[in-house]
Write a protein that binds this ligand. Sequence first.
Ligand SMILES: [Zn+2]
Length: 246
Amino acid sequence: MKIMNARFILWLSFMLFVSCNRPASAPMVPAADSCAAPLPQAGQQPVKDAEMAAGGLVDVATLDEGMMVQLVYATPYNFMGKILYRDVSRAYLQPDVAQMLLKAYKALKKQRPDLTFKIYDAGRPVSVQWEMWNMVKGTEWDYYVANPGKGGGMHNFGAAVDLTLVDCTGTPLAMGTPYDYFGYEANTDREEELLRTGRITARELENRLLLRKIMTDAGFRTVKSEWWHFNACPLDEAKQRYKIID
Ligand SMILES: [Zn+2]
């Protein structure tokens, strides 16, 4: 029995070693609890995907095959509880923003080859923004959703990205809250207090700081209410520089 246990532990150690030491360019294993929407069949590219590609935006999945993409709004597993990206199945960014993301990714792989990015959201058509806004306006959530009536938010210009860090099995690192958690535990400007009062752990803060350092070193900016959200530039600049995604 002891020999069997020893063999099992040896096998398990080997499997973990193999899975955690894959080449940087190898594709990542999807998360076991993946809730990604099924990819469209050939010749059935969703309308907005095609429009964003035709508009010159870059599909994040083409930057590096090691980067994971799981568009939360293409599934019903989001704060709305419904699929909002019926015509969007891929993460698109402005070309220069995509290059910033690639720069951040390369820096991450250099520093932590065992980790990768998991992209939750990127370019968002303004038609979807209206749908979101109409559902949250007048509720406690409207603080978190940009009002498209005021010209749209950073995601509507393909100039913001939502992401986290995942390990070599595709499991997200603990960040203290899930993605799209609406509450001050997700804030980036209250972390000292959150740590002191036990609302987040030292390890969770360390993971947030790693993600933030990698992204800000590549030129991204943080927002105070969401640890997962990064802007490529100020909103005024995005409005001047980029066309809104209809
Ligand atoms: Zn965001």
